[in-house]
Design a protein around this ligand. Structure first.
Ligand code: NAD
Length: 359
């Protein structure tokens, strides 16, 4: 397959790119580098700098690269920011997504896998959450993802698309080459590892009076390697059968409490990681975990790396080898996937028709 990974310079996308290449597929990354990193894209993949909203540019890339299928990981994904500027989330996540769908329709590419989120469910009435449960997002981030899923559904019905949306919560861990480097960082595990590395004084625990065994919230985590495997499997499945739109949760069904995660991080890093309990945040349900039964049955997907200690150990190891994230940490040029094909320049940029090659 020739796979276009939109948002492939980000945390989730870049690790999926590694998995696709290892499985023998060709990969082109399309990314505006707004929150991703050029250095996260292995050299065997082509990096095209562009915005998902730019339908003409996407069409050009899809034609020129003879793309068969698309993984869409590009999004604005900060809940707090989405509350302040919902328009941005609708423009990028919905408007941008529709531009991608239109580019696919025009160029005849009809296989799509989408990085969605369990934020589409809002505050669940029961856990673990199943795909058939009510979707009632409580922030514009979740709402924009749900709105795009609606567009996917109708493109599948009207234009013979085979489309799969994968909904997940917290992605964690790292590969040897790629890890999490967001600014601002809002995720628990990398924040804790910043404390472990001496970059911050303490981690905050938002409330310990929840109706859970240790009083702290329980959350679902998935190793980014397991996610990459699910993306690959989902892309393969889009090549089989009739046009359709499917939704699968990717969760652990059990989850870990915030306190458990902090304790495990202390053990894995051997560092103190001071934690301070502060007030609950509004809109934080006690337990958020998803059932991935459907994904296991339909995709044959089984998470193999999502044990708490392994996710933390892999993320910590990446942190130690990349103390300043991308750009300033030690390079990993020796990794097999970074070897350049003799006839390709890894960072080749494809220009928009009529635009300079340096876009
Ligand atoms: N990381 C998580 O815990 C998590 C959980 C659930 C869902 N998700 C979803 O997975 C996807 C990837 O998450 P991530 O953590 O890798 O985020 P990320 O910010 O690391 O990656 C997103 C990538 O998309 C690119 N991008 C953003 N807007 C773009 C645009 N308009 N045009 C082109 N490229 C654009 C960014 O530069 C970045 O490389 C997102 O859609 C997110 O909503 C992530």
């Amino acid at each position: 397959m020739r796979i276009l990974v939109v948002g492939g310079a980000g945390f989730v996308g870049s690790t999926s790119v590694e998995t696709f290449l290892e499985a023998g597929h060709d990969v082109v990354v399309y990314d505006d580098l707004s929150s991703g990193h050029a250095a996260a894209v292995v050299r065997l993949a082509r990096l095209v700098r562009g915005q998902i909203e730019d339908q003409g540019h996407l069409e050009h890339v899809m034609r020129e690269e003879r793309i068969d299928a698309v993984l869409d990981c590009a999004a604005k994904s900060l809940v707090g920011e989405s509350m302040i500027d919902p328009g941005l989330y609708y423009r990028k996540n919905v408007g941008g997504g529709v531009a991608l769908l239109e580019a696919m329709r025009v160029t005849g590419v009809n296989r799509l896998v989408f990085s969605s989120t369990a934020a589409v469910y809002g505050e669940p009435r029961r856990v673990p959450i199943a795909e058939s449960d009510r979707t009632e997002p409580i922030n514009p981030y979740g709402a924009s993802k749900l709105a795009f899923e609606g567009a996917m559904r109708w493109f599948a019905a009207s234009h013979d698309f085979q489309a799969i949306s994968l909904r997940y919560f917290n992605v964690a861990g790292a590969t040897e080459r790629n890890g999490e480097d967001h600014e601002p960082e809002t995720h628990l595990m990398p924040l804790m590892l910043r404390v472990a590395a001496g970059e911050a004084t303490h981690v905050q625990i938002f409330g310990q009076d929840y109706p859970t065994p240790d009083g702290t919230c329980i959350r679902d985590f998935i190793h980014v390697r397991d996610l990459a495997a699910a993306h690959l499997r989902a892309l393969e499945v889009t090549g089989e059968g009739d046009p359709s739109f499917e939704v699968y949760n990717l969760g652990s069904a059990a989850g870990f409490s915030v306190r458990e995660v902090v304790e495990a991080a202390r053990k894995v890093t051997g560092r103190a990681i001071p934690a301070r309990v502060v007030k609950r945040r509004t809109g934080d349900p006690p337990v958020l975990v998803a059932s991935s039964r459907r994904a296991r049955l339909a995709l044959g997907w089984h998470p193999e790396h999502s044990k708490l200690e392994q996710m933390l150990a892999d993320a910590w190891s990446w942190k130690l080898t990349h103390p300043n994230g991308y750009g300033r940490g030690p390079r990993t040029d020796g990794a097999a996937l970074d070897r350049q094909p003799s006839d390709a320049r890894g960072d080749r940029q494809i220009s928009r028709p009529g635009a300079p090659a340096s876009v």
